[in-house]
Write a protein that binds this ligand. Structure first.
Ligand code: NAI
Length: 693
């Protein structure tokens, strides 16, 4: 196969730092994008400026068409350079930058020759906006090709003409639903939507590009029927529908971007120029909001967590991607299927076949959901092996223990494993509460033991705590972090201490919610206060979902070791067997796993003003954050924020608990905490860590 790079018939006519312009024997110009010193193409200010320069150069040539392509194996274009967002000082500067981008893409659109973007891999944000300014788009039909405008996830909306052009190309209903959710689509879905002209096999990409230039079919536009959605009589009604949809997931005061996009579309969709102007102005305003700044920060925190696992596990042979899991229960079973989904060969050990069978069933359900076509699900099943005798221990690179939470049983197991496993294998425990030091006591080489602490449900929770004791080897920790990355999870290094980081911070917040409940505040009122604050789920529903028995066991450990008080009602519920969702009753009632709503009479009788409830919940959580930082459970504020956002969904628009604390004012929060201590007692006593600057 001849790739675009290898084409011998191309002549380079101009080269800049990030782009190369070639002309083929057939007189077709090709712009190759290849950002230096970066694994992915991003549209930095410099890259855009060079692009503009080369567009002018193309106008001087007599080329019959223009192909735009990435020379990077990772993908087409990942969007604008997000690091540059943080250097923008004011709205006027933002507007200028956005208008400049629009002018460049307008220039591309206005070229008198046919233009096509060849998309292989990701094509998102500014990358898709560039592709939309071409006459045609062709994408490779493979899983890694993802196409979309995810700007709302950064608190903005497309500004380089993407909002206008996507609406024009595929109609408002599909375009807005993609942009409002920040959803990306596969090549095949993009073809069905009319977003790309063809979805082809990789080897046909270049030929398809050349053909389309030569044949010049009429560029795609939304059908008359689809275009009707943007008719001035329809827009106000549809805008209301869009707003309703968005409101289900994002409140306007926290996430203004999708609402702003709807407003721009509703007012200006009938007029391309006016829509472009409004799009630029609105995006410039959004870039300067606190929400956008915080979401950009969250994006960068995510990158930081990803970089913690950069050292990759040597994965050049299947032999080196073997993992052995002991304990096929809730956690072990789901960790096994997740690792198999991510291409590991997994052996799964338990005491009896009957304990492994349910895990295999759940694995198949996961693969069926995640892997298409069905044949891939069968291949993934072939990667998990029930292993009653623990044969897998001998060859595994990574061994994860996820058996009952009992120190002696775990110790006996580790003692046994150490004598059998490879000398370079990672020995990991998924314990949520037993100190690593206790477990490693029995090992010849205690420095080998590391915690790899997953959250439940494994397939949904992005964060994994990588737990080290004072004697854990730094190499083991970084290899464990690399392993976590290799299964597409975010590793957060934390110190071995009661509850580690996430459960410890979350617990006072959950216990305060139960305390409020004991005082007679309705569960719905408590939960609504938390979701209005920006939490994805209220604390009472969260406790019911996790299971009240599990909450109680973590609370007991923290109570024992850190002196937290547990409200009686939690003990009572567990004694009554009301464990939450899984038993049909906890603080709420459930039918077929669905929460039953109660009458509004039962739900609204709180004598506490909403802010008082909010402060009681959030300030206990913040106090624990300060304690964890003070004790060095986590290295810094940023890692703590990242952990809380990616493990618990802590209101991302705030930038995380420590960022929220800073924006509210550290002194003001401390003062409020002291007031609460006077009112409610020592559980609000400010931690000694507040004394540190
Ligand atoms: P589980 O009770 O669902 O599963 C434990 C499994 O281990 C059972 O299938 C049992 O037969 C097996 N087992 C017990 N002793 C064994 C042995 N000597 N050899 C082989 N298999 C053995 O427990 P779950 O909830 O999966 O928890 C496992 C570990 O994960 C615990 O350490 C727990 O603290 C931790 N964890 C649990 C979370 C949760 O939400 N359930 C979250 C994070 C960590």
């Amino acid at each position: 196969m001849k790739t675009i790079n290898e084409s011998k018939t191309e002549n380079t006519v101009s080269e800049t730092t990030h782009w190369k312009l070639t002309i083929s024997a057939a007189n077709i110009a090709t712009l190759h994008f290849d950002v230096v010193d970066s694994s992915a193409n991003v549209l930095s200010a410099k890259a855009l400026q060079e692009f503009e320069q080369l567009l002018s150069r193309i106008q001087e040539e007599t080329a019959t068409g223009l192909i735009i392509v990435s020379d990077k194996p990772s993908g087409f274009i990942a969007g604008a350079d997000i690091t540059e967002f943080t250097t923008i000082d004011n709205e006027a500067e933002a507007l200028q930058l956005i208008q400049r981008g629009q002018r460049i893409f307008d220039q591309l659109e206005a070229l008198p020759i046919p233009t096509v973007s060849l998309i292989d891999g990701f094509c998102v944000g500014g990358g898709l906006e560039l592709a939309l300014a071409c006459d045609y788009r062709i994408a490779t039909d493979q899983p890694r090709t993802r196409i979309g405008l995810p700007e709302v996830k950064l608190g903005i909306h497309p500004g380089f003409g993407g909002s206008m052009r996507l609406n024009r190309l595929i109609g408002a209903i599909d375009a807005m639903s993609m942009m409002l959710a920040g959803r990306s689509v596969s090549a095949r879905q993009a073809y069905r939507l009319g977003l790309v002209d063809y979805a082809v096999a990789n080897r046909h990409l270049l030929t398809a590009g050349q053909n389309i230039i030569q044949t010049q079919p009429k560029p795609k536009r939304a059908s008359k029927l689809k275009a009707l959605a943007s008719h001035s009589l329809v827009r106000p009604l549809l805008a209301k529908q869009f707003q309703k949809q968005v409101a289900k997931h994002a409140a306007r005061q926290h996430y203004p971007a999708p609402y702003a996009l709807i407003d721009v579309w509703r007012q200006y969709a009938g007029n391309e120029r006016a829509m472009l102007d409004a799009e630029a102005k609105s995006a410039a305003q959004l870039i300067m909001t606190e929400t956008s700044k915080n979401l950009v920060r969250v994006f960068m925190l995510q990158e930081r967590l990803k970089s913690l696992g950069k050292q990759t596990i040597e994965a050049d042979s299947a032999q080196q991607r073997r993992i052995h899991i002991i304990g096929a229960g809730t956690m072990g079973g789901d960790i096994a299927s997740w690792c198999a989904l991510r291409d590991y060969t997994v052996s799964l050990q338990d005491r009896e076949p009957q304990f492994i069978a349910p895990a295999m069933k759940r694995a198949y359900q996961l693969f069926k959901r995640k892997l298409k076509p069905a044949r891939l699900a069968m291949l993934a099943m072939d990667r998990i092996h029930p292993d009653l005798d623990g044969q897998g221990i001998l060859n595994a690179n990574v061994i994860i223990e996820a058996i009952v939470e009992n120190a002696e049983i775990k110790q006996a197991l580790f003692k046994d494993i150490e004598t059998q496993c490879r000398p370079d294998a990672i020995l990991a425990t998924n314990t949520s509460s037993i100190p690593l030091e206790t477990l490693s006591q029995v090992l010849q080489q205690p420095e080998r033991l590391v915690g790899i602490h997953f959250f439940n449900p494994v397939a949904k929770m992005q964060l994994v705590e990588v737990v080290s004791a004072h004697n854990t080897s730094a190499d083991v920790v970084s290899t464990a972090a690399a392993f976590v990355r290799s299964i597409d999870r975010l590793p957060l290094p934390v110190k071995s201490s009661p509850g580690f980081l996430i459960n410890r911070i979350l617990m006072p917040y959950l216990l305060e919610a139960v305390e409020l409940l004991s005082e007679g505040v309705a569960a719905e009122t408590i939960d609504k206060t938390a979701t209005d604050f920006g939490m994805p789920m209220g604390p009472i529903l969260l406790a019911d979902t996790v299971g009240l028995d599990i909450c109680l066991s973590v609370a007991n450990i923290l109570a024992e070791q850190l002196g937290m008080q547990i409200p009686d009602v939690l003990n009572q519920k567990v004694q009554q067997g009301h464990l939450g969702k899984k038993t049909g009753q906890g603080f709420y009632q459930y039918q077929h796993g669905k929460q039953q709503t109660r009458s509004s009479k039962q739900t609204q009788h709180s004598a506490n003003p909403k802010t008082a409830i909010e402060d009681r919940l959030i300030l206990r959580l913040l106090n624990e954050c300060i304690a964890c930082l003070h004790e060095g459970v986590v290295d810094d504020d940023d890692l703590l924020d990242a952990g809380m956002i990616f493990a618990t969904g802590f209101a991302p628009f705030t930038g995380g608990p420590m960022q929220y604390l800073k924006s509210r004012g550290r002194d003001a929060v401390l003062e409020r905490l002291e007031q609460l201590e006077k009112q409610f007692g020592p559980r609000f006593k400010p931690d000694i860590g507040w004394l540190q600057s």
